[in-house]
Ligand binder design. Sequence first.
Ligand code: AP5
Ligand code: MG
Ligand code: ZN
Length: 211
Amino acid sequence: MKIILLGPPGCGKGTQAKSLMEKYRIPQISTGDILRSAVSDQTPLGIKAKGFMDNGELVPDDLVVQIVEKRLKEPDCSRGFILDGFPRTVGQAESLEKSGVLLDAAISIEVPDDEIMKRLAGRRTCRKCSAMYHIMFDPPEKEGICDKCQSELYQRVDDKEETVKNRLIVYRNQTEPLIEWYSSKNKLHTIKGTGSIKEIFNNITEVIDSI
Ligand code: AP5
Ligand code: MG
Ligand code: ZN
């Protein structure tokens, strides 16, 4: 089962991917999480990526394509995977296809911009396990502490209002063309991304179970 979750920043890709991973027992591959951990470890990749990420710009294709190709060769991907935040440009999608990876479905989660601004302003992320919370919509049991691993929650630097606005522009210009691209390959499924996290999850699993 090879699935990609597409959609604007804050549409719920990470939230849904984590539940899908538990249900289907396949890994979530989030290029954002991989890059953030490279930045925090100050690896050569992290040093190159940091400036792009802090400004809400995309990291160059060649860097991300390499990370994903390497990750997909690991044994836990043999039964399938959920790609969260990759591909993000038509170039990345073409590279994935050239490397022989054929997807079963691209699921596009649609959320209006005003809702995205609210979601990202209140998001909190776990430093250790990268679980997501929202101070109003999905709060942790204890303020500032991850329910799953008891580590500290933080606010992503790219969740500042100005940076979110830029991420939305980048999404429209560079990522949205993928919707047409997957549609032309008959792989596209569109899901309404507003409503409860559970409702959206049920709609996504309905799509996956029908493939
Ligand atoms: P990345 O980490 O992928 O960020 P993104 O795509 O901007 O998406 P987010 O992680 O912000 O949102 P999400 O859709 O996962 O939403 P979430 O579930 O957290 O990328 C970050 C950066 O890395 C990029 O800007 C770029 O620089 C670089 N990068 C990454 N991949 C790249 C690539 N392939 N190529 C080049 N560069 C790349 O939910 C958001 C909030 O909403 C949470 O607080 C959550 O609790 C809440 N929420 C979720 N669902 C609901 C709901 N139904 N109702 C109410 N609240 C909800
Ligand atoms: Mg995410
Ligand atoms: Zn945690």
